[in-house]
Design a protein around this ligand. Structure first.
Ligand code: NAD
Length: 434
C-alpha cells in the first residue's frame, strides 16, 4: 500500500519504518526540515532500539522516503496517518492545534479516495470534527478513521511489529477493509484486529493509559504505607501480582510516571470527562499522587541532610523518563533536578541516551553538569540518586563508588540495589517502600 505519515516523531517514524519493513511504500512528512534532512541520511534523530537499522535498511531498499511537503504526502498516497503531537494545555486539556491545522491544510490536496487515520491520542469526537472540516474543502470521497497507537518507547519497534491489539474505529466498511488488509501482515500468529466505532476507539486509548497510571500510583501509595508500617513493597508486589486477576506487570513502585503520554493523557481524560459534566475523581487523585511521588526522593535527600543542601553535589543516574529511550518529556529527573537546584545544590548527571536532551534543557544553568559515563558523574558527590533503571546501572562497583564519592549515600528510586550489601559496605541506603 502507499502510505503517508504526517509527523515523523516517536510514533510517526516507528510506524513509517515498520510499515515499510512489512512491504508498504511509505512517505514520511514533517514540518521540521532539519529533521527531514537527517532522516533522509538514515539518522533516526531519536533513540529507539532497532530503529536505526530498520530505517537504513528500508531507505536503501527504497520503501521509505522523507519530505517536508504536505501536498506530496497527501497526493501520492492512499492512506494518510496523522501522527502529530497533542500536548497538554496549561489547564490539562488537549492542545489540538497541530492536528486540526494539518487536517484543514491537507483537505485542499485530496485528489481521490483517501483514508485519513488519526494515530495521535485525541479527545472523543475528533474524527467527526476532522471529517466536518475536510468535507467543507473537498469534493473527493474520504474516510477519517481512529487508530490509536499503543507502542511503548524503549520497545516501540517490537510493539509495533507484534502489537497486543490494533484498534480501528470507523463506520466505513471500505476504510475498515483497507485498515484490516494493512495490518494483516502484523497478525500472522493470531488475530488481534479490533474494529469498533470512532468514539469508542478514541476513548479506549485514554482508558488504557489511565488504567496503567492507576496501577502505578496505587502501588506507589502502597509503597508509601510500607515505609510507615515497616513492610517490604517487594513482597507485597509479589503477593499481589501472583493473583491471576491482577497479574504482575506495572506493579513496581518508583518515583512517579513521566513521559509524553501518561501525565498528559490522565489530565486529558479528566478534562474530557469535565466537558461531559463528569468529575473523574479517581484520575484527579492519581495525578495528584504522581506529582507528589516525583518529589519523594527530594524529601528523602532533604531529610538525610537535615534540610541543608546548599553547595552539596548530587549525582543523578538516569535522566530519560524510562530506560531505553532518550525522551525526557515529564521525566522525574527534571523535577528532582529543579527541586535540588532551588535548594542550592549542584547536579552531576548521566544517562546512556538522554544526555544531549538534558544538556539542552539545562544549558543555561552552570550548576548542572552532564558526564559521559556514570562513574565520572560520581566524583566528589555527596549522594547518588538513581532515577531511571537502565540495565547498565544494575551492576555496580561499590568500592569504586566509595573511592569517588564524598558522602556514601544512595537514594534508589527504583529499588534496583540490595540495601543489605550497600549497608555492609558502609553506604546509607534509601529505597522506595522498603
Ligand atoms: P513527537 O513530538 O515525537 O512527534 C511529532 C512530530 O510531528 C514532530 O516530529 C513534529 O516536528 C511534527 N509536527 C508538528 N507539527 C507538524 C505539522 N504541522 N506538520 C507536520 N509535522 C508536524 O510526538 P509523538 O511522541 O510521536 O506523539 C504523537 C502522538 O502519538 C501524540 O498524540 C501522542 O500522545 C501519541 N502517542 C505517543 C506515544 C509515545 O510513546 N510517544 C505512544 C502512543 C501514542
Amino acid at each position: 500500500m502507499k502510505l503517508g505519515i504526517i509527523g515523523t516523531g516517536y510514533v510517526g517514524l516507528v510506524s513509517g519504518v515498520c510499515f515499510a519493513e512489512n512491504g508498504n511504500d511509505v512517505l514520511c512528512m514533517d514540518v521540521d526540515e532539519k529533521k527531514i534532512e537527517r532522516l533522509k541520511k538514515g539518522d533516526p534523530v531519536i533513540y529507539e532500539p532497532q530503529l536505526e537499522e530498520l530505517l537504513k535498511k528500508n531507505i536503501s531498499e527504497g520503501r521509505v522516503s522523507f519530505t517536508s511537503s504536505l501536498k506530496e504526502a497527501v497526493q501520492s498516497n492512499d492512506v494518510i496517518f496523522l501522527c502529530l503531537p497533542t500536548p497538554p494545555n496549561e489547564d490539562g486539556s488537549v492542545d489540538m492545534t497541530r492536528v486540526l491545522e494539518v487536517a484543514e491544510n491537507m483537505a485542499q490536496y485530496i485528489n481521490g479516495y483517501k483514508v485519513i487515520v488519526s494515530k495521535s491520542t485525541v479527545p472523543v469526537g475528533t474524527c467527526e470534527r476532522i471529517t466536518k472540516m475536510i468535507l467543507k474543502k473537498t469534493k473527493h470521497d474520504f474516510d477519517v478513521v481512529s487508530n490509536p497507537e499503543f507502542l511503548k518507547e524503549g520497545a516501540a519497534v517490537n510493539d509495533f511489529m507484534s502489537p497486543d491489539r490494533v484498534i480501528v474505529g470507523t463506520g466505513s466498511k471500505k476504510a475498515a477493509e483497507i485498515m484490516k488488509e494493512l495490518y494483516s501482515s502484523f497478525m500472522r500468529v493470531s488475530e488481534r484486529f479490533l474494529l469498533m466505532d470512532e468514539r469508542s476507539s478514541e476513548l479506549a486509548k485514554y482508558a488504557a493509559n489511565a488504567m496503567l497510571a492507576v496501577r502505578i500510583s496505587f502501588m506507589n501509595e502502597i509503597a508509601n504505607i510500607c515505609e510507615r508500617v515497616k513492610a517490604d513493597i517487594n513482597m507485597i508486589r509479589i503477593g499481589v501480582g501472583s493473583d491471576s486477576r491482577i497479574g504482575n506487570s506495572f506493579l513496581f513502585p518508583g518515583v512517579g510516571y513521566g513521559g509524553s503520554c501518561f501525565p498528559k493523557d490522565v489530565k486529558g481524560l479528566i478534562k474530557i470527562a469535565e466537558e461531559y459534566d463528569y468529575d473523574f475523581k479517581t484520575l484527579r487523585a492519581i495525578d495528584d499522587i504522581n506529582q507528589k511521588q516525583k518529589m519523594l526522593l527530594v524529601e528523602k535527600v532533604k531529610k538525610h541532610f537535615k534540610g541543608d543542601l546548599a553547595g552539596k553535589i548530587f549525582t543523578i543516574w538516569g535522566l530519560s523518563y524510562k530506560p531505553r529511550t532518550d525522551d525526557i518529556r515529564e521525566a522525574p529527573a527534571r523535577t528532582v533536578t529543579e527541586a535540588l537546584l532551588i535548594e542550592g545544590a549542584k547536579i552531576q548527571a548521566f544517562d546512556p541516551a538522554a544526555n544531549e536532551n538534558f544538556k539542552n534543557l539545562f544549558k543555561n544553568n552552570k550548576n548542572v553538569k552532564i558526564f559521559s559515563n556514570n562513574y565520572s558523574a560520581l566524583k566528589n558527590s555527596d549522594g547518588l540518586i538513581l532515577i531511571t533503571e537502565w540495565n547498565e546501572f544494575r551492576r555496580i562497583d561499590i568500592d569504586k563508588m566509595k573511592s569517588l564519592m564524598k558522602t556514601c549515600v544512595i537514594f534508589d528510586g527504583r529499588n534496583i540495589y540490595s540495601p543489605k550489601t550497600l549497608r555492609e559496605k558502609g553506604f546509607a541506603y534509601y529505597g522506595v517502600g522498603r
